[in-house]
Design a protein around this ligand. Structure first.
Ligand code: BES
Ligand code: ZN
Ligand code: MG
Length: 492
């Protein structure tokens, strides 16, 4: 992992640094501290002759100003009271990027007017944005990066105590996002189901209870839908069950379930070669659940949470499952496997059933890179959401708007459910050419009974989504901030 910046918080002061970043609202009024740094009025002149607007994440670099710093970066924050969570992350990311090779950066967040004051949460979000921006998947690069020297970033805050509190929470959440990104980026020869389960066990140090089921245990529980997917692989399957008990004893938990196909070749219904390498990311749902558990535990969320991930590899082989095979899921329902590439739903069928039987959760949200069709429908900008519960779907929508990890609801219904009836078994695992993401959702719904449930199809958002000011990585960590917010705002 790239060298993340060392972040410290202090009162707003003009300490000595190679680079000073000044956060400026769009009224472009310099604060008393900024004017103190710039007694000769260079900054003021630079602002007036440049195109700098003070709009969110706009920036202006002033090289070698008189006060001793190598450069001053002005970064716009628009109208601070109106800036969103992701705006502040972007501003933080922008500071990191604009600093370039500088290693010692101090950020001033003092404002000239009360109206444009920058809150404690905003400062902590900027620090989080810098950290998220810094993340690079470069563990397998043998030559050091030229710009790779570690940065020391000191964020000034008017409300230092408040900012420390917010940072404690947000540094944990951003670590959760980075964990999810790293898991998605890791190649499948390194991150097989056994290794993935080990990384989940790493959460024990945060107080998460982690239990790992192996093949014999899953066999005993009757998880033949999940196990069928794993038949072609030499890598043994795993299921990891993570529990965070931050709520009252005996309170029903909220539950998150992730698809963890460490690599999806398609199996016997093999995928074309072009772009198949991306299928190392077919565990993006499981990565988000693991990152979320990290986030919730490190910020000591006051609620009981269960995270379950089904970990398998989908390979073609003499031992692999065939099209036409009929498997019996843990629920007792039988499934005709028409296409071995529709494997995520087979994994989730058993994981969702197990989750509700064992934990009787308040709700289940599952995340899965489930269908290519969701990319056709929504591209990279929204995850698809399918739900049997309007309140849960609405809460997910709201959390999505606030975090900018957006979700868009698609329908479920009997007409679609019929499409997965089979001549030879209780259901088949594909529903034909049309409405592919919906029939996948219908399939999952057959394993949830009446537990409030939502399925997030993250095939378009967990990986390969457009880079932005706080994410330069292929694996995006999508879902961690969204679900952390869902829990914090509605279930804590
Ligand atoms: N892992 C894929 C879905 C996927 C596609 C994820 C593109 C990320 C990017 C999933 O297992 C799959 O192969 N789904 C099939 C289902 C079909 C056979 C009904 C698909 O989408 O083509
Ligand atoms: Zn898959
Ligand atoms: Mg597949």
């Amino acid at each position: 992992m790239a060298k993340l910046p060392v972040i410290s918080l202090s009162k707003n002061t003009a300490s000595k640094s190679d680079t000073i970043a000044i956060i400026l609202p769009e009224d472009l009024k310099l604060s008393p501290l900024a004017r103190q740094i710039d007694p000769s009025g260079q900054l003021k002149r630079a602002i007036s002759v440049s195109k700098f607007t003070g709009k969110i994440a706009s920036s202006l670099e002033v090289i070698a100003p008189t006060n001793g710093a190598d450069k001053i970066i002005l970064v716009g924050c628009g109208e601070p009271a109106k800036a969103s969570e992701s705006d502040w992350l972007k501003i933080g990311g922008k500071i990191f990027a604009a600093a370039g090779k500088a290693t010692k950066i101090s950020v001033l967040t003092q404002s000239a007017t009360k109206k444009n004051a920058i809150s404690a949460e905003a400062v902590a979000l900027m620090a989080a944005g810098a950290k998220l921006r810094a993340y690079k998947f470069d563990d397998y690069m043998t030559k050091p990066d030229k710009d790779g020297a570690q940065k020391k970033m000191s964020f000034g805050a008017d409300d230092l105590a408040g900012t420390r509190k917010e940072w404690q929470r947000l540094s944990g959440v951003s670590d959760g996002v980075l964990l999810a990104r790293q898991l998605v980026n890791e190649p499948a020869n390194v991150l097989d189901p056994v290794e993935f389960a080990k990384r989940a066990q790493g959460l024990k140090s945060l107080g998460v209870e982690v239990q790992v089921l192996g093949e014999p245990e899953m066999k005993k529980l009757g998880m033949d839908a999940l196990l069928g997917v794993s038949l072609g692989s030499v890598k043994p399957p795993r299921m990891a069950i993570m529990q965070w008990r931050g709520g009252k004893k005996g309170d029903k938990p909220v539950a998150f379930v992730g698809k963890g196909v460490v690599f999806d070749t398609g199996g016997i219904s093999i995928k074309p070669a072009g772009g198949m390498e991306d299928m190392k990311g077919d565990m993006g749902g499981a990565a988000a659940v693991t990152g979320l558990m990290h986030a919730l535990a490190s910020r000591k969320a006051k609620t009981n949470v269960v995270g379950i991930i089904g970990l398998v590899e989908n390979m073609p082989d003499g031992k692999a499952q065939r099209p036409g095979d009929i498997v019996t899921s843990m629920s007792g329902q039988t499934i005709e496997v028409i296409n071995t590439d529709a494997e995520g739903r087979l994994v989730l069928a058993d994981a969702l059933w197990y989750c509700q039987k064992r934990f009787k959760p308040k709700f289940m949200v599952n995340l899965a890179t489930l269908t290519g069709a969701i990319l056709v429908a929504l591209g990279n900008h929204h995850a698809g959401v399918f739900s049997n519960n309007d309140e849960l779907a609405d809460n997910l929508f709201k959390a999505g708007q606030l975090t900018d990890e957006k979700v868009w609801r698609l329908p479920l219904g009997e007409e679609y459910d019929k499409l997965i009836d089979s001549k030879n078994a209780d259901m088949k695992n594909v529903g034909g050419r049309f409405a592919g993401s919906i029939t996948a959702g219908q399939f999952l719904q057959r394993f949830v009974n009446d537990v409030p449930w939502a399925h997030l199809d993250v095939a378009g958002t967990a990986m390969g989504s457009p880079k932005n000011a706080y994410n330069q990585s292929w694996g995006s960590g999508f879902g961690v901030r969204l679900l952390d917010r869902l829990v914090a705002d509605f279930y804590e």
